[in-house]
Ligand binder design. Structure first.
Ligand code: SAH
Length: 349
């Protein structure tokens, strides 16, 4: 196994069967070896810096019905909300004062936010904070819509492919959604010139090592600037309420592998990782991650953006508790920096 990890570090790629082998035969010792390699690679490029992004969850209305997601359309128990432009600008103001230079606007696929409305929000943020990067994460749109947001000033887009395998994708989503379209969106975003983030859930229902291997091959090919992964966590009002959650252990392992495969990519230690383990964020950083995305949404709506059970939102992952996060990072030898935190992976189109 160590030999495969060395090969991965040297060549930054593996065959499908090698990926499967590396995933299926992992042990705690192999994982430790992987993490030490991943930290070395991360430090070669990013030193000990940890980039932060202010996450603004601006709407939980969604027209989609993804089987795993707590804000799926058919969840009648979800208390719906959306933030207006002024609310969003207020979040940015607070975030800017705290030292955030990237704002991530994430939400469900909410018809209220037409291309025009969302573009206006982007333009307003850009006007007030020209030194900040704006990231959008609002799901699948047409190339034309993506182009409009880009022209308005959004430079980055997060859209996890969720799972590459089409059959697996179908088990997680309603039939009107497809892996193919999701992936096409990512290629469209790249073509326009966005810095793109993709990713997948670890331990989602029916996931196998083969699926994960396919995810790695796809990500290698896409060559995104960022890859966000987190454990699947069940939500009580979804089809998968009684499914097992993904594990911290496998998520960290996949993070380490991603760092070796894409040395210069941005890898967030995600909220889901922080939710399944009290020190998930720190463990993620020590496995090769280099980004954290504290929550900047108004406190009054945070509980409503409940993608999965017990999603954390007011502890050290909250923007207002940034000092605690800084301390946590310092305690493990890393430092939070005030910066746009652009990816060193230029990606190419
Ligand atoms: N509507 C946007 C944002 C989706 S929410 C989009 O389509 O991209 C952001 C991410 O949360 C999703 O991409 C998914 O990977 C993750 N997520 C949703 N439900 C989850 C769950 N139950 N457990 C873990 N992660 C989940």
């Amino acid at each position: 196994m160590e030999k495969l990890i060395r090969k991965l570090r040297q060549t930054q790629e593996l065959s499908k069967s090698e990926w499967i082998q590396l995933i299926e035969n992992r042990t705690p010792e192999i994982a430790e070896y992987l993490f030490s390699q991943a930290r070395e690679v991360r430090e070669e490029h990013y030193g000990k810096d940890v980039y932060i992004r202010g996450l603004i969850e601006f709407t939980n209305y969604c027209k989609n019905d993804c089987r795993y997601c707590g804000i799926r359309k058919s969840n009648q128990n979800a208390a719906r909300y959306r933030l207006g432009r002024e609310d969003i600008l207020e979040c940015c103001k607070q975030g800017y004062e705290l030292g955030f230079r990237t704002f991530v606007l994430q939400g469900g696929e909410d018809g209220y936010f037409t291309d025009e409305r969302l573009s206006e929000v982007v333009v307003s943020i850009k006007e007030m904070y020209p030194d900040c990067a704006i990231t959008l994460s609002v799901g699948e749109k047409t190339l034309e819509s993506y182009q409009r947001f880009y022209d308005a000033g959004a430079e980055r887009y997060l859209l996890r492919h969720e799972t590459y395998n089409a059959e697996h994708y179908q088990k997680l989503h309603p039939s009107i959604l497809s892996a193919e379209n999701r992936q096409q969106c990512l290629w469209d975003l790249k073509k326009i010139g966005y810095q793109v983030g993709t990713g997948f859930m670890v331990g989602s229902p029916y996931q196998t090592a083969q699926h994960l291997a396919e995810d790695m091959l796809f990500i290698k090919k896409l060559n995104p600037q960022m890859v966000g992964i987190g454990p699947f966590i069940p939500h009580k009002d979804t089809v998968f309420a009684n499914e097992a959650a993904g594990t911290l252990e496998l998520t960290l392992y996949m993070l380490g592998l991603l760092r070796l495969m894409l040395p210069k990519a941005l890898l967030p230690a995600t909220t889901a990782l922080g939710t399944i383990d009290l020190h998930g964020r720190e463990k993620g950083i020590l496995a090769g991650a280099n980004v954290v995305m504290p929550n900047l949404s108004p406190i009054s709506v945070r509980e409503k953006y409940m993608l999965y059970n017990d999603k954390i939102s007011t502890g050290d992952e909250a923007a207002e508790n940034l000092e605690n996060l800084k301390m946590r990072m310092k305690n493990i030898g890393y430092q939070v920096v005030v910066s746009r935190g652009d990816s060193l992976n230029k990606g190419g189109k």
